[in-house]
Design a protein around this ligand. Structure first.
Ligand code: NAP
Ligand code: MG
Length: 488
């Protein structure tokens, strides 16, 4: 059976090396936020019973998978990478149609997925431990690494290829098997990635996908006694629940959650560069990145000039269906997301912030059939306002004026989140203050807040994370346990 029933446009679960329908006999539609009545595909509305089968097949498969050499496991990832690369246009188009980001962005993300697979294939041949001098002259002491066992993967819709892959690839290379529950919004995109693993000949049970609701399948994974580690990216509310469920049964967990990321524009900054990065960081992917720039903190001396340059560029943004050429910003991912964005804009107005640009749903011409919001800019925003504190996850920038860099840093840190932050400055002491004082897992100088490189650690501070790190070599810390070996 293939991943997909062409006649009914229906995608299946992938369990124990087979594409199968849920025992519920129910499916759900995945729709296009740029064309509300377009169904991209139907996915399985799975049950706890489906999940149990997937977990037990992962548990069984892990006994053999962990015995393979890293080199052999790496070959499977390399094959998966080549298959995904050959299907890049198809996968990217599915992503654009399911969640709205523009096709070039979706393509870039899919190619990043390919690169991540290749990076972790290489991890299969890199060292996993240290030799540590023993106090016993006749002993050899060293560390090695053991896989956790079965890893549960729960992912959001905003990076539907990169995030599943940056969790599954390290899990697999270090000898774990995987059960993924993707975001319902992007279940079809996930089925296509899983199909690449399947086509690469991954042994049955090593990779499993079960789609369905977060509260049944997601929570079910977090609570399942045979799931040894759970890795989650998504909202803080859901992340906390998952962390608690995992903690309650002593499973390892990793949570990457929201952000409210600042950019500081110093009076000595290259303003054109700062404008470009603020727009790219804040509004690409319709502001739906956890690392998106949300608060723009500007020194008063350059405030007016920066503001005018920013507005001029924001006005040029083309909004529409991300499959169309010339479109820079797509729709919000779904109706809920659009409603949330519009309600934050209303809160901003009520609290007395000044709306400089945008603020409305777009409903004329092509945008009438989708969930489009205007790129929006507020000023006269103070730090206690809801729009300065809560993650909006939409195309909204708030401008804040400060006198000094000290004041800028204190505002930048005045939120519960600490994922990413950037500063534009040519002054070395501003740079050093920013590096030292900024409470964020990712600090970027003269570069937008939303930049991630797959070979470097990624994760947040404060409420943005469970304080673990993903990607690069840092991933080994979550997906394995250290075993200290003493031989005499
Ligand atoms: P979400 O609502 O928390 O959903 C994330 C995943 O959790 C989805 O697969 C969802 O399934 C599932 N889920 C929902 N309720 C659940 C429950 N009670 N128990 C277990 N799982 C459950 O987040 P989202 O709206 O998809 O994504 C947006 C959020 O992700 C933002 O806050 C953003 O900042 C964050 N994010 C963080 C990072 C990072 O690395 N820090 C990266 C990207 C996004 P359903 O789809 O079926 O509901
Ligand atoms: Mg959709």
């Amino acid at each position: 059976m293939s991943s997909f029933d062409r006649i009914n446009n229906t995608y299946f679960n992938y369990i124990n090396g087979e594409w199968i329908a849920s025992e519920s006999n129910k499916t759900e539609a995945s729709t296009n936020p740029a064309k509300m009545d377009e169904v991209v595909g139907y996915f399985q509305k799975s049950t706890q019973g489906d999940l149990n089968k997937a977990v037990s097949s992962a548990k069984q498969a892990q006994q053999q998978w962990k015995k393979l050499t890293g080199n052999v496991r790496g070959d499977f990832l390399l094959k998966t990478a080549s298959i995904l690369e050959s299907r890049v246009d198809e996968v990217a188009e599915t992503m654009t149609k399911e969640m709205g980001k523009t096709f070039p962005e979706a393509k870039g993300e899919t190619l990043r997925g390919v690169a991540i697979l290749r990076y972790y294939a290489g991890e299969g041949l890199r060292s996993v431990g240290d030799v540590i001098p023993s106090t016993d002259s006749e002993a050899l002491m060293f560390t090695t690494r053991a896989p956790l066992g079965v890893v549960g993967v729960i992912t959001p819709w905003n990076f539907p290829v990169a995030i599943p892959i940056w969790k599954m690839a390290p899990a697999l290379i270090y000898g774990n098997t995987v059960v993924i529950k993707p975001a319902s919004e992007t279940a079809v995109t996930c089925a296509k990635i899983i199909d690449c693993f399947a086509s690469a000949g991954m042994p049955a049970g090593t990779v499993n996908m079960v789609t369905g609701s977060g509260s049944v399948i997601g929570q079910g994974l977090a609570e399942h006694p045979d799931v040894n580690g759970i890795t989650f990216t998504g909202s803080n509310t859901v992340g906390k629940k998952i962390g608690q469920a995992a903690l309650a049964r002593g499973a390892k967990y990793q949570l990457e959650m929201g952000g409210k990321n600042p950019v500081i524009v110093a009076e000595d900054a290259d303003l054109d560069l700062a404008v470009e990065a603020t727009i790219s960081g804040g509004l690409r992917s319709t502001g739906q990145k956890c690392t998106a720039t949300s608060r723009v903190i500007i020194q008063s001396k350059v405030y007016e000039v920066f503001k005018e340059k920013l507005l001029a560029k924001v006005k040029e943004i083309t909004v529409g269906d991300g499959m169309q050429e010339g479109i820079w910003m797509g729709p919000c991912a779904n109706k809920n997301q659009l409603d949330t964005v519009l309600s934050y804009i209303e809160k901003g107005k009520l609290e007395g912030a000044a709306l400089l640009y945008g603020g409305n749903r777009l409903q004329d011409g092509n945008t009438g059939s989708g969930y489009f919001a205007e790129p929006t800019v507020f000023e006269n925003v103070n730090t206690n306002m809801v729009i300065a504190q809560e993650e909006i996850f939409g195309p909204v920038l708030v401008l804040m004026k400060v006198e000094s860099i000290e004041e800028a840093l204190s505002l930048a840190n005045d939120v519960e989140y600490g994922l990413s932050a950037s500063i534009f400055t040519t002054n070395i002491s501003n740079m050093l203050s920013f590096i030292n004082e900024m409470d964020a897992g990712l600090v970027r100088i003269n570069a937008e807040s939303a930049g991630v490189e797959l070979q470097a650690p990624f994760g947040g501070m404060k409420q943005s994370s469970s304080h673990s790190r993903e990607q690069g070599r840092a991933a080994i810390e979550f997906y394995t346990s250290i075993k200290t070996v003493f031989v005499k």
